[in-house]
Ligand binder design. Structure first.
Ligand code: HAM
Length: 420
């Protein structure tokens, strides 16, 4: 038997309804915030991710699905959406006729990480980006969009963690300061942090290992190094969030695992997710568009994982997603009624009523069992008697009450019953 690739899961029919519910909510909320959907290819040139996410990050140095195609070009399955959206923004001159652009995407992403709960090799992100604004209100809008998605899905147990990682003017000073400190602490760090120290010292702050946390507890904080512009930006963002009563915690150690951030960095975390506790994350990246060859364009965005969202929703409220979508099952009492069942089901479906019937020539008893198994809300049984009397009973499967309606089934009449 050939099985699926490790860390890549089928989303089975029993789950797809929850997925559709989440995706529809994301589409609706993004539209409410006036974001437009953008779809970019799954494959991109490898250099796009190396130049944006950063060669020394975990994603680029060890997690990307990179291979040579038949033309010997190095291509990569996208590990995140931001780089692709920026590439498309530049290539298609998207920002040129509008001062600010708001885009979103829902797509599969690929990272060859060690699979565990909440960590897959093919996973799905919802992602939103705003191009063209340096204003803290754009950062706030991204954060609020993110929390609106959670709230509309009924999620209540989440926390916003906020930081500023500085800009090209102030971050180098901070980097120098912690590099000096970390070099003297080198022997107390885990091997992974020692390796990071050489390549990307700020990432040492992000380590979840107790040894690293203990060794680095007295390191200077980025906050002490922020320039006036970054400080003001961060203060204003906090004031906006307070004005709309969105609670947050500042964590000066939050640096995120991608190199493109400037100023704001944030994560939404949930206690219900175990060790992979980030529901979503994002921040500002004012230099990336110009680094990838576009005009200097400030930008801010976020992405969240749908699998983690689903885990968190299930932990909080199992019943949130109602998996009852079949309105009506029509059973035939005898073989001669099958055509009539087919015709009526066809009319009902054309009128937008979800309807199912037997395709296996089963006995009436098994058809009734099937209606139950499919969670049909209503059941109709058509036989010779119903056809000759031109009347049929429609039964509410929950209340077990029945009403008599005309046959052929009249759409207006049945709608009065099923939409009560
Ligand atoms: P990220 O923090 O790498 O950021 O990923 C965002 C979210 O994707 C995570 O918080 C998590 O929910 C989900 N995620 C990441 N890796 C996995 C995985 N292996 N399995 C399951 N879920 C996962 C970004 O990707 C940035 N592009 C966010 C951004 C957009 N920043 C600015 N704009």
């Amino acid at each position: 038997m050939i099985s699926s690739i490790k860390g890549m899961k089928d989303i089975l029919p029993a789950e797809t309804e929850s997925w559709q519910f989440i995706e529809n909510t994301i589409h609706n909320i993004c539209q409410q915030f006036h974001f437009k959907e953008i779809r970019t290819p799954l494959l991109e040139q490898t250099s796009l991710f190396k130049r944006s996410i950063g060669e020394e990050t975990d994603i680029v140095s060890k997690e990307m699905y990179t291979f040579f195609d038949r033309s010997n070009d190095s291509i990569t399955l996208k590990p995140e959406a931001t780089a692709s959206i920026v590439r498309s923004f530049i290539q298609n001159h998207i920002g040129e006729d509008q001062p600010s652009t708001k885009l979103y995407q829902i797509s599969a992403m690929f990272r060859q990480e060690r699979p565990q709960a909440g960590r897959l090799r093919q996973f799905h992100q919802y992602d939103a980006e705003i191009f063209g604004s340096t204003e803290p209100s754009a950062d706030a809008e991204i954060i609020l969009l993110n929390s609106a998605i959670f709230k509309n899905l009924g999620l209540t147990n989440f926390k916003l963690i906020l930081n500023s990682v500085g800009c090209e003017n102030c971050r180098p000073n901070y980097r120098d300061a912690i590099l000096k400190n970390l070099t003297s602490l080198k022997n107390k760090l885990t091997p992974q942090s020692r390796e990071r120290l050489e390549k990307n010292p700020l990432r040492v702050l992000d380590s979840k290992e107790a040894e690293d946390i203990e060794a680095t507890k007295n390191l200077p904080l980025i906050f002490e190094f922020l320039c006036d512009s970054c400080k003001t930006h961060f203060d204003e963002l906090q004031n906006i969030l307070k004005s709309v009563n969105l609670n947050f915690t500042i964590n000066n150690r939050l640096v995120r695992g991608l190199d493109y951030y400037t100023k704001t960095a944030f994560e939404f975390i949930s206690e219900n997710l175990g060790s992979q506790d980030a529901l979503s994350g994002g921040g500002r990246y004012d230099l990336l568009v110009s680094q990838l060859g576009g005009k200097k364009t400030p930008a801010v965005g976020f992405a969240g994982g749908i699998e983690r969202l689903l885990m968190a929703i299930k932990k909080e409220n199992q019943n949130l997603i109602n998996n009852k979508t079949l309105k009506l099952f029509i059973a035939s009492a005898d073989t001669s009624s099958k055509n009539i069942v087919f015709q009526n089901a066809n009319n009902l479906r054309n009128a937008g009523i979800s309807t199912d019937f037997d395709l296996l020539n089963r006995s009436l008893k098994s058809q009734m069992r099937e209606a139950d198994r499919q969670n049909a809300e209503y059941l109709i049984v058509i036989g010779e008697k119903e056809i000759s009397e031109e009347k049929v009973l429609i039964k509410n499967m929950q209340t077990r009450t029945s009403s008599l309606i005309n046959l052929p089934i009249n759409i207006e009449e049945i709608n009065l019953i099923i939409n009560k």
